[in-house]
Design a binder for this molecule. Structure first.
Ligand SMILES: CC(=O)CC(=O)SCCNC(=O)CCNC(=O)[C@H](O)C(C)(C)COP(=O)(O)OP(=O)(O)OC[C@H]1O[C@@H](n2cnc3c(N)ncnc32)[C@H](O)[C@@H]1OP(=O)(O)O
Length: 388
């Protein structure tokens, strides 16, 4: 791999009153260029990750990045979309431009503004990332889809409510130390474990604390080829970047196996020539706590049906064997769809250069990222390594 991350910017995630999609995009675009010490005229290509699906009336958004600086005018700019993995799809498109020697510097932006949409519309928009003929009428939107997955998992492997509450509590605890996070509240295990007025059931066995947040936010990063990156202040290289796309209908797959996720991790670990034991941390797609649990199994940390033990034994806690979601994950940090994958790469790069502040994993050397679109349909894994 030749692409490296050399600079970045991240907005706060949350309900950002008075903010616009354009404002979010332009602020992180210029912030990332400033952070990298790269002038807009040096940019060869721009990629914007933006899901939309009804969240924004403006649907032709790639050129909004050009509003960050007049010197970006006439640069090639494209928007990409791959459901909740839209951000990682944008990162990958940038990497491929560099690997093909078609670009030396690429500006990647991910953004979404979700909170200006009303509750029922949010669920409808998100469900556009499901297979409409079979899953389009699922009650409670995507929470309903993962509620069914959780129910099926409980039927096959037994009730996992304790482990799901451990995952929720862990990610909420980690989010407290993340200044970009939408929710910085340490709810604790007991609150996450039990149904209450403040923590009602949302879909199947999933309670509110099992669900990611509805968020506004943006993140951006600058990619450069290795030769250029080695002359910069910071350089975080892609040891691997893999994309595996699976069938859309859940009925065509064993939905408890997340086979696309498994395949993407296998490919990435092979390419990087490392094992999970070599990773210092993982940022994984916890759109719902049951997703994080199944991802433990798909990535190879636990056998099928045994992911709960990792959560219950604290092995994926920040001070555990392999910290998972030290940022607080989608659960606490927030999940502005198009920004999420870019955010995962930005926060991982921060970890590797030792600039992650309160969420820093001490001595982090190698980071893994898994970002997912739909129910394990679009699967992206990156393995990042600091080279400067
Ligand atoms: C689509 C893909 O390709 C793959 C994916 O990633 S799927 C994931 C896509 N994202 C989603 O589906 C979003 C899921 N989450 C939600 O829909 C909503 O957060 C929810 C339905 C779980 C809760 O929404 P709600 O019931 O309308 O809550 P809301 O009225 O906004 O807030 C009530 C309280 O709960 C809190 N709250 C809201 N959502 C919360 C959450 N997810 N976790 C914890 N607390 C939450 C609020 O802060 C508020 O607290 P206070 O009373 O103390 O102020």
């Amino acid at each position: 791999m030749t692409a490296c991350i050399v600079g970045w910017a991240h907005s706060r995630f949350g309900k950002l009153e008075g903010e616009t999609l354009e404002g979010l995009i332009t602020k992180v675009a210029s912030g990332a260029l400033d952070h990298a010490g790269i002038g807009p005229d040096e940019v060869d290509e721009i990629v914007l990750g933006h899901f939309n699906a009804g969240f924004s009336a403006q649907d032709f958004t790639a050129s909004l990045v050009l509003q960050a600086d007049d010197r970006l005018r006439f640069k090639p700019a494209t928007r990409v979309e791959n459901a909740c993995a839209t951000g990682s799809a944008a990162v990958r498109q940038g990497i491929r431009a560099i690997d093909a020697n078609a670009a030396r510097i690429v500006l990647v932006v991910g953004a979404e503004q979700m909170t200006t949409t009303s509750g029922p519309e949010i669920g409808k928009n998100l469900l556009k990332a499901s297979y409409l003929p079979e899953e389009g009428d699922t009650p409670a939107g995507f929470a309903g889809v993962f509620g069914q997955i959780a129910q099926a998992y409980f039927q096959r492997y037994g009730d996992q409510s304790d482990a799901l509450a451990m995952i929720a509590a862990k990610n909420h605890r980690n989010g407290v130390d993340n200044p970009y996070a939408q929710m910085r509240k340490d709810f604790g295990y007991e609150f996450c474990r039990h149904e209450s007025e403040k923590n009602p059931f949302v879909a199947g066995p999933l309670k509110r604390t099992d669900c990611s947040l509805v968020s506004d936010g943006a993140a951006a990063l600058v990619l450069a080829d290795t030769a250029t990156a080695l002359k910069m202040r910071r350089a975080v290289a892609f040891r691997a970047n893999e994309h595996v796309q699976d069938f859309l209908p859940m009925s065509k797959r064993d939905i408890l196996a997340f086979e696309g996720c498994e395949q993407a991790w296998n490919q990435a670990l092979n390419k990087a020539g490392v094992t999970l034991d070599d990773l210092s941390f993982v940022e994984t797609h916890d759109c719902f706590t049951i997703a994080e649990l199944i991802e433990y199994e798909a990535m190879g940390l636990a056998k099928p049906g045994e992911g709960a033990k990792l959560a219950l034994d604290g092995e994926t806690a920040k001070d555990g064997r392999l910290p998972v979601n030290p940022s607080g994950g989608l659960k606490a940090k927030g999940h502005p769809i198009g920004a999420t994958g870019v955010s995962m790469h930005v926060l991982s790069a921060m970890q590797l250069v030792g600039e992650a502040g309160g969420i820093q994993v001490p001595g982090a050397k190698l980071g893994g990222i898994f970002n997912m679109g739909g129910a394990a349909v679009a699967n992206y894994v990156s393995i990042l390594d600091r080279i400067r």
